[in-house]
Design a protein around this ligand. Sequence first.
Ligand code: FAD
Ligand code: NAI
Length: 476
Amino acid sequence: MNKKYDVVVIGAGPAGYVAAIRCSQLGLSVACVDEWHNHQGESSLGGTCLNVGCIPSKALLESSHLFSVSQNEFSDHGITVGKAKIDVSVMMARKDKVVGDLTNGIKALLKANKVDFIHGHARLSQGKKVKVHERDGKKIVERLEAENIILAAGSSSVHLDQAPLDQKYIVDSTGALEFDAVPKRLGIIGAGAIGLELGSVWSRLGSEVVLIEAMDEFLTIADQQIARAAFRSYKNQGLDIRINARLVSAMVKGKEVQVTYEDTRGAQKVVFDKLIVAVGRKPNSDTMFGDEMELAIDERSFVHVNKHCETSVPGIYAIGDIVRGPMLAHKGSEEGMMVAERIAGQSSSINYDHIPSVIYTQPEISWVGKNEQACEAEGIPVNIGVFPMAASGRARAMGLSEGLVKIIAHKETDRVLGVHIFSVQASELIAQAVTAMELEASAEDIAMTIFAHPTLAESIHEAALAVDKRAIHIKN
Ligand code: FAD
Ligand code: NAI
């Protein structure tokens, strides 16, 4: 006998659990199936984000940041602390506790919202039927059926044949969150979000970090003025970023990893104690469908959806990393809410143009909307206002005045098209830019808004003034 629900959600990451909770809030009966398990073999909700992504990486970024501040910044304030030591096992235990508390919190939230949680591997068949298998994939523990299915199975690290993982010396991002000591020489393939964040963690703790990046420009997804400023800053911090570098091979020999890559000067060899492969993620669309299931999957294995996350089969939706768009937790969560509300008969939608991105280095990079090179490529006429953090009183008082805020506005309408920040707390600052853009603000609207002094946020005000060449604290 199949258990019947209004909605079955497959996956309890930030896309799936949010969808399940919202469905329940709207009066729908919901089951949520998730196969994630922790080292103890127990279910652990929250998907990649909570278990091996956003949260543990930020816990380690915080620990390593404090370590670095104590060594590099305290003395500027007249504070003497002596040489700091890091106990990696304590740092990891703290990270695991943060993760454990939050994943248990999701379990409690599902319970409080009367979502039936089922631990196991789900396979979807024709007729919106879901078989839930034990973790080993054989025994069926539950059979479900629903009017609506929400696929939220997430993504996994891309692996490279040239750098086969052994999860000891050559690891993916998950392995890099579990090192038991600070590697002396750390190599990272890929200078993207994961490479930069995890590279920062281990570099601050003392690793010599080399990032090997295939593209001939650094951080092509960011505004290139911001990317250039960040590149200089990371280099000063000791991150050795080698662009235009194509990996040829990575092999474990004894207790080291021997890497060969090619750049404009020819073949290069470098030896590391650990190597992280961080070259992107791919959707988990390969093991969740029964053979007879006919659902459109695109050439990059993403489940094909329209702007409302409807798949090619009516009543089946897909959200989060398993579908097109940036692989970001908040993007998946918003899609989860939208789909739940549409199932309940509402007409919700998402503005995909206003999804913020953050890279949690120090300073942080954040942005929303179009960057300068995109405007140029699309032939959009723009006015640009830039305000350097060096002119911010608050940033100066904090001793953290590296970076800039850049606002791009349409030349004729003055509407804000993009905001790009490289600054301390850029992750927090970007929220007001998202709000302004969502409310269709012009640069003039931001310029006419009163910001408290002294705050980092004043830099957004000044950048908006600079769009019209009337910033006060810089020469226009
Ligand atoms: P996931 O979180 O991957 O969850 C999918 C869930 O579905 C998993 O629990 C999986 O076990 C389960 N599942 C899959 N198939 C099945 C099946 N057949 N049956 C049952 N269960 C199944 N994003 C940010 O926005 N900010 C960050 O700071 C950030 N940092 C990151 C750091 C790292 C190191 C990594 C790896 C990622 C980071 N991300 C970050 C990306 C973020 O983690 C993802 O975008 C987000 O987790 C996607 O959510 P999701 O719900 O779509 O999928
Ligand atoms: P990414 O797409 O951000 O970066 C991968 C990098 O690897 C790219 O610069 C790419 O050019 C490079 N690359 C690809 N193949 C290569 C090769 N063979 N040799 C050398 N370089 C190569 O992917 P990443 O860092 O793995 O992160 C995956 C996703 O997780 C991100 O796209 C992002 O969506 C999410 N994430 C988000 C974070 C955040 O929001 N702060 C933090 C970490 C991850």
